[in-house]
Ligand binder design. Structure first.
Ligand code: SF4
Length: 361
C-alpha cells in the first residue's frame, strides 16, 4: 500500500441472513466483492439509489460491521477483525457523521458533554478544565459560539445540530471521517453551509472524507473521486470530472439524466426506469441488465469485471466501448431548482463572503 493511500478494501463482501436462527431466510447480498483505495486527504464519494449497499459498505470500511469475506486495511493495518485496544484506537482515528443529527445526539446531555464524551474516552489524561477548553475550540471550529456548550440539542436548528455532530466527530482528532448522507436531512438552504464547512475542515485539518450520498448534486462539488454502486457492487469509479463529464456505465448515465433538467434542456436523455431488484435475488450476470437499454443476451451470462477505461476511471460493463457518452452530459449536469439554489450559496461561499460558518441557520 502506498503512503498516499489511507484505506484499502479488497474483495469486501457482506451477506446478511441464511445462517443460524435465520437459516431459512434468504441471503441478502448487501455488498459483493468490492475493492477500492482511498487516498489521504481526498474527499471520496459513494453514490447510488437507496438499497444499493452504500451505507453497508461505509459501515464495513469503519469496522462497524464484520465482513463476510474480504479485507480492510487502514493506515497499513488489517482492521477486518481487530478487537480490544486496537479497536478503540481505530474508533479514535475513524469517525462517523450520521444522517439525522437529532437522533444521533443524546437529548439529555448538554452539548459540552456530548462533545467532551469522546475526549474522556480517547484523551483520558486531559483535566476537566482542558477538556472544557477543547470543547470550546471545537465549537468555534464548526462555527458555533463556545457558550453553546451549556445548551441541549433540542435548542438548536437542524444545521446547528449537524455542526455539533461534526464537532463531536472531530473531538478525537480522527484521520478519516465518514459522513452517511450528512446533509440529506437538512433544509436546502443549510446544506451548502454544512458542505462548505466539511470542505474547509477537510482542507484545514488534512482530513480524509468519505461521503455517502444519493444526491449527485451534493457530491459533484465536494468530491475528488466518486464510486457509483448498484446492487452491492461498484459499477463505475473515477475522478468527479470523469464520472460526471464522461460517464461510461449506462446506470451512471441514467442517474445523471434523472436529475431534473432545466427548462432550456436540449437533448432528451435516457431516464432510469423500473425498480432495483432485491439484493436477496440479484439477477444473473450484470445485475443492471433488467433495466439497461443496451443489454444483450451476453449481459445476463457473466458478471462484468471492473475495467480501466481512463487514467483513474474504471467501469464494470461488457459493452462500455459500444455505449456513447450522452451528448450534453459535459461540464455541468442539468440541475433542479433546489440544486441550483444550493450551488448559488456554495459558489457565494467560495467567492469568500455570503456564506459564513456562523450559527445563523
Ligand atoms: Fe448494460 Fe450489459 Fe453493460 Fe450491464 S453489461 S450495463 S446490461 S450493457
Amino acid at each position: 500500500m502506498s503512503d498516499d493511500v489511507i484505506l484499502t478494501a479488497k474483495g469486501l463482501t457482506k451477506h446478511f441472513g441464511g445462517g443460524g436462527f435465520m437459516a431459512k431466510s434468504p441471503v441478502v447480498q448487501a455488498v459483493s466483492d468490492i475493492s477500492l483505495e482511498i487516498r489521504r486527504g481526498e474527499t471520496f464519494a459513494i453514490v447510488g439509489e437507496s438499497g444499493c449497499g452504500k451505507s453497508t459498505l461505509a459501515r464495513l470500511l469503519m469496522r462497524l460491521l464484520d465482513p463476510t469475506e474480504g479485507q480492510v486495511t487502514f493506515d497499513g493495518q488489517d482492521i477486518s477483525h481487530v478487537t480490544g485496544a486496537d479497536l478503540t484506537r481505530l474508533r479514535r482515528d475513524m469517525q462517523f457523521i450520521f444522517q439525522d443529527p437529532f437522533s444521533s445526539l443524546n437529548p439529555r446531555m448538554t452539548v459540552g458533554k456530548l462533545i467532551g464524551e469522546p475526549l474522556e474516552v480517547h484523551a483520558p489524561d486531559l483535566s476537566a478544565r482542558d477538556r472544557r477548553q477543547k470543547v470550546a475550540e471545537l465549537l468555534q471550529q464548526v462555527g458555533l459560539p463556545a457558550e453553546h456548550a451549556n445548551r441541549y440539542p433540542h435548542e438548536f436548528s437542524g444545521g446547528q445540530r449537524q455542526r455539533i455532530g461534526i464537532a463531536r466527530a472531530l473531538a478525537s482528532g480522527p484521520k478519516l471521517v465518514i459522513g452517511d448522507e450528512p446533509v440529506s436531512a437538512l433544509d436546502v438552504s443549510v446544506q451548502a453551509q454544512v458542505i462548505n464547512l466539511l470542505g474547509d475542515l477537510s482542507r484545514d485539518l488534512g482530513l480524509t472524507l468519505v461521503v455517502i450520498a444519493h444526491d449527485l448534486g451534493v457530491i459533484r462539488h465536494m468530491s475528488d473521486r466518486v464510486a457509483v454502486m448498484y446492487l452491492g457492487r461498484i459499477i463505475e469509479m473515477g475522478t468527479a470530472a470523469e464520472v460526471f463529464e464522461q460517464p461510461r456505465h449506462p446506470y451512471t448515465q441514467a442517474l445523471l439524466a434523472s436529475i431534473p433538467a432545466p427548462r432550456s434542456a436540449e437533448t432528451p436523455r435516457e431516464q432510469l426506469s423500473g425498480e432495483m431488484p432485491s439484493p436477496s435475488a440479484p439477477p444473473p450476470g450484470c445485475a443492471f441488465h433488467t433495466r439497461c437499454p443496451h443489454a444483450t443476451s451476453a449481459c445476463s451470462a457473466a458478471i462484468p469485471t471492473i475495467t480501466k477505461v481512463g487514467n483513474s476511471h474504471s467501469v464494470a460493463c461488457h459493452r462500455w466501448q459500444d455505449i456513447p457518452v450522452p451528448e450534453g452530459q459535459t461540464a455541468e449536469p442539468a440541475r433542479s431548482d433546489q440544486a441550483e439554489s444550493r450551488f448559488a450559496l456554495y459558489r457565494a461561499a467560495l467567492a469568500g463572503g455570503a456564506v459564513q460558518h456562523g450559527p445563523h441557520e
